[in-house]
Design a protein around this ligand. Structure first.
Ligand code: GDP
Length: 594
């Protein structure tokens, strides 16, 4: 290399100082010195993010670029029941069926517009002015091949379906707006598709816009494990405009290609099974359910069981609203005749008689009650036991953190944990509070949610409780990773939660040469206890957080002081009290496992 040529290095999103030193051929001490001169105190094992590492490199005359991670061909997620059933069919009876497509992506990236554009351009009924209702799914014909689209966006049960939507589909179309790029819901959709082991085709939408930036989006996709095919990866990225309808044929072509290379099969004569797409109650017609047949052929008059509902099929319609007598694999249909409204995502099956149907439902109700009673589905504490019992093979995590800068080191630290006994699988990692859809994903994939410096929205908590999902919150990375390590070793103690006992305000500060400073306080709320923790708060900032060193009332050591009384307080390791400071006394209680 000539003197003038600048050295370059590719770096990951986060790296330890030691590894950085190795990669750029520089001593860790030198790196630490550069960091210190930039106001960052760090030790050799500390993980720094890409931006920080790039600054260090720049000071050493090295150009750092972000490394594009390799796509991991990992398989995770449980195989849905209908897939298992098809796998169990005799191979000789299997036939090709239309691929089922679901469209996922961030809000406003154009999912609905794209679905409508495909539908209008390809559904004969609409062209001839025929009336079509949205029933949650439709079918088109492209080059003599049928393709079924699930129409979930905009649907009331969208969140519920999204968790399960990918489960019913053979291919996910991930809509990413070319001007906006990969957004939180894009990442979430990727996680859903991966959890359901469904191939992804990216529709790079809004390509007609002046501010469209396909290269930026491709880079972001690559950073999220979807390396575009024109970058020698294996994710098809198709530029489209749902608005001008440009590229729609290419998208359908991509679907055909992926469909041809995937085994999209079923036995039209086999056991009838499928999934509920949506269902509602109509005053005049009773329960109307949209079903997707996945194996076998469903006939009018047959008896079906769906979740806790059952009934004889009184009438059956295709998505154009036309009455039909039978429906084969991958056909979306509406049926009348169920006695209750089933849930989107429920599996239906055909049974010989009403009597059988009632027996199955009674059995399910009993099992449901039992499950409610021991609903510790995915709590970190019992994970190890379940592992030993052979019930789980891996610990699946959904990680939420306040900022990207915390997320990256958490992920790398977790990846460094010894994973001999149980594999750790990070299904989804994202910044922001824990939301209902995180819990949905956790529930769909039996994962645990860990939050770092974030909160769980109250709706998320409620859902977690009813679904039996464990949410654990942390504010120290080390604690988070330590808990995960402990969980893997089966040593995890029940989670503790902070309980505030009381608050006191400093009225005056006494100085003693022997013991240092004592805060002369008045208890303004609750009780202050000696065997507890204390936070010293000044103007909203926490100055100290440590054990109570002593609690005195009129020179007597006491165990507790109640609201309205004055007392002297010392806090371990802290001496800098000032008049007006608030002291918050708290303790830890064991949190019931959720
Ligand atoms: P969804 O929330 O993902 O279903 O997004 P919508 O389909 O509702 O689209 C959001 C907005 O983007 C609407 O105003 C659409 O008209 C607009 N939009 C969708 N597709 C395109 C496109 O290809 N080009 C442009 N310029 N706008 C689009």
């Amino acid at each position: 290399m000539s003197e003038n040529e600048k050295k370059t290095v590719e770096l990951p999103t986060s790296i330890t100082i030691r590894d950085l030193g190795e990669r750029i051929g520089s001593s860790p001490i030198q790196i630490i010195k550069i960091l210190m001169s930039n106001g960052v105190m760090a030790n050799i094992n500390q993980i720094i993010d890409f931006d920080t590492a790039a600054i260090v490199c720049a000071e050493l005359g090295i150009d750092a670029t972000l490394e594009i991670p390799e796509v991991k061909e990992e398989e995770f997620g449980e195989v849905p029941l209908w897939r298992k059933l098809i796998e169990d069919e005799d191979a000789a009876n299997l036939e090709k069926r239309p691929p089922v497509i679901t469209i996922l992506g961030h809000v406003d990236h154009g999912k609905t517009t794209l679905l409508d554009a495909i539908r209008h351009t390809n559904v004969a009924g609409e062209e001839s002015g025929g009336i079509t209702q949205h029933i949650g799914a439709y079918q088109i014909v492209h080059k003599n091949q049928k393709i079924t689209f699930l129409d979930t966006p905009g649907h009331a049960a969208f969140t519920a379906m999204r968790a399960r939507g990918a489960q019913g589909a053979d291919i996910v179309i991930l809509v990413v707006a070319a001007n906006d790029g990969v957004m939180p819901q894009t990442r979430e959709a990727i996680a859903h598709a991966k959890a359901a082991r469904v191939p992804i085709i990216v529709a790079l939408n809004k390509i007609d816009r002046d501010d469209a930036n396909p290269d930026m989006v491709k880079k972001q996709l690559a950073d999220n494990g979807l390396v575009p095919d024109d970058w020698e990866g294996d994710t098809m990225v198709v530029p489209v405009s749902a608005k001008t309808k440009k590229g729609l044929d290419d998208l359908l072509e991509a679907i055909s290609l992926v469909a041809d290379s995937s085994k999209i099969l079923a036995n039209p004569k086999g056991k009838v099974i499928g999934t509920v797409i949506e269902a509602k109650i109509d005053k005049a017609r009773g329960v109307i359910a949209t079903l997707l047949v996945q194996n076998g052929t469903l006939h009018q008059g047959e008896t079906v069981v769906v979740g806790l509902a059952h009934g004889n099929i009184k009438a059956m319609y295709n998505f154009l609203g036309e009455k039909i007598e039978e429906a084969g694999p991958s056909t979306p249909i509406q049926i009348l005749g169920l006695n209750e409204v089933p849930q989107a995502g429920d599996i239906f099956q055909v049974v010989p008689s009403e009597k059988d149907a009632r027996a199955i439902v009674a059995d399910r109700k009993a099992k449901l009650n039992e499950a409610k009673q021991n609903k510790k589905q995915a709590s970190l504490e019992d994970l190890f036991n379940r592992f030993q019992a052979g019930e789980v093979r891996e610990l699946r995590l959904i990680i939420k953190a306040d900022v990207q800068g915390s997320l990256d080191p958490i992920i790398s630290t977790i990846n460094e944990i010894d994973q001999k006994e149980i594999k750790i699988n990070i299904l989804h990692a994202e910044t922001g509070n824990i939301s209902e859809s995180d819990v949905m994903l956790a529930s769909a994939s039996n994962a645990i949610i860990v939050g770092f410096n974030v909160e769980a929205e109250s709706a998320a908590y409620k859902l977690a409780e009813s679904e039996g999902i464990s949410i654990r919150l942390y504010d120290i990375i080390y604690r988070l990773t330590e808990d995960i390590e402990k969980a893997l070793k089966g040593m995890l103690e029940p989670e503790k939660q902070e309980v505030i006992l009381g608050k006191a305000q400093i009225l005056t500060v006494f100085s003693f040469s022997k013991v240092g400073k004592i805060a002369g306080c008045k208890v303004i709320e609750g009780t202050i206890r000696r065997n507890a923790m204390m936070r010293v708060v000044r103007n909203g900032a926490v100055l100290a957080d440590n054990e109570v060193a002593s609690l005195r009332r009129e020179k007597e050591n006491v165990r507790e002081v109640r609201e309205g009384f004055e007392c002297g307080i010392r806090v371990k390791g802290f001496n800098d009290f000032a008049e007006g400071d608030t002291l918050v006394c708290y303790t830890f209680e064991e949190k019931p496992a959720i």
